[in-house]
Design a protein around this ligand. Structure first.
Ligand code: ADP
Ligand code: MG
Length: 314
């Protein structure tokens, strides 16, 4: 493990992710004994060929500033922020399961119940971000959705069942954070591209209330609707295992997205309910004025079908 100046309080355990300018490590906090995640971000400097080599201060400070204001069970918590000459260190609540992305790869696709279990949690985080905090995330995707694994521990020895009870669930409980059996709590991570569209102190649109121009009000709505589009892409991907828009050529892909050109491809979508397809199509709507808001999403029958928290194990 590399050594970083100023991070002596932590013991780095393993690398959990890497990006162009950042490495994320699992680490132990020697003061509290707790396991955390540390995002180490290289500072901005110009390399010899004039390509920027790191992240600018303003961007990191914005990411940290936004995360500081957030406190929700489905949003990764910021624990600490510090820096050295070359790096920024963002200490975060550890999500031991890692990326949802890898679970989609592992399982090929999710059942409708498991997809609902996941997407409802993402939506609850978006409801909090959009409605309570005026924050738009702008980078919702399976790589930025992390989770806690759960494992089902039977409390009784499974007994042979009467035929009428055959598909009754085993008695037991789901233990959070142990093993790699299923998907428990989902957390949104990576606020690197996020933005506040409301003044956070007054919770009003930026500018004086009553004097706000319609394009600002619209702008705010539009920026929230980008998260709803992304939510639709995630839900589509969970249900069938591949994304709604794909092409080898970036140009063709861009055209497809611009036109909202996707299909519920047979045979993969044949067994998926019409209700789920209806919900996806209300999110993957090109016109942002007609696209579902977070409230409309949460009121859709497919979401309300099973209101009780299902601990859908994978
Ligand atoms: P980037 O801006 O480089 O995408 P992210 O914040 O998305 O940075 O972190 C990159 C990756 O590191 C994530 O996709 C995930 O795999 C891992 N990671 C980030 N934060 C955590 C965390 N709190 N717990 C576990 N893994 C994390
Ligand atoms: Mg990311």
């Amino acid at each position: 493990m590399p050594k970083y100046p100023g991070l002596e309080r932590f013991i780095l355990i393993e690398k959990m992710g890497d990006g162009a300018f950042s490495n994320v490590y699992k680490a132990r906090d020697t003061q509290t004994g707790a396991e955390v995640a540390i995002k180490v971000v290289r500072k901005f400097e110009m390399s010899s060929n004039q390509q920027p080599k790191g992240v600018e201060r303003a961007n990191i400070l914005k990411e940290v500033q936004i995360m500081r204001q957030l406190d929700h069970p489905n949003v990764v918590k910021l624990i600490d922020f510090s820096e050295s000459r070359q790096y920024y260190y963002i200490v975060l609540e550890l999500c031991p399961g890692g990326e949802l992305f890898h679970q989609i790869v592992r399982l090929t696709y999710f059942s409708e119940d498991l997809s609902r279990h996941v997407i409802v949690q993402v939506a609850k985080a978006l409801l909090y971000l959009h409605e309570d905090k005026g924050v738009v995330h702008r980078d919702i995707k399976p790589e930025n959705l992390l989770f806690y694994p759960i494992t089902f521990i039977p409390t009784k020895n499974p007994k042979p069942r009467a035929p009428e009870d055959e598909d009754k669930a085993d008695e037991g409980e789901y233990i959070q954070g142990v093993g790699s059996g299923g998907i428990g709590q989902i957390k949104i991570a990576d606020f690197g591209l996020s933005k506040v569209v409301w003044e956070s102190s007054t919770m009003t649109p930026c500018g004086t209330v009553g004097y706000t121009a319609p394009e600002i009000v619209k702008d705010e709505r539009y920026s929230k609707s980008v998260d709803m589009w992304a939510l639709g892409c995630v839900l589509y991907t969970l249900l069938c295992g591949f994304p709604p828009f794909y092409d080898e050529s970036i140009q063709v892909l861009t055209e497809k997205v611009a036109r909202g050109q996707y299909t519920f491809l047979s045979p993969w979508w044949d067994e998926i309910s019409k209700s789920a397809q209806d919900l996806v199509s209300h999110l993957l709507t090109v016109d942002p004025e007609k696209r579902y808001t977070i409230q409309q999403f949460l009121n859709h029958p497919w979401i309300r079908e099973s209101d009780e928290e299902t601990h859908a194990a994978a």
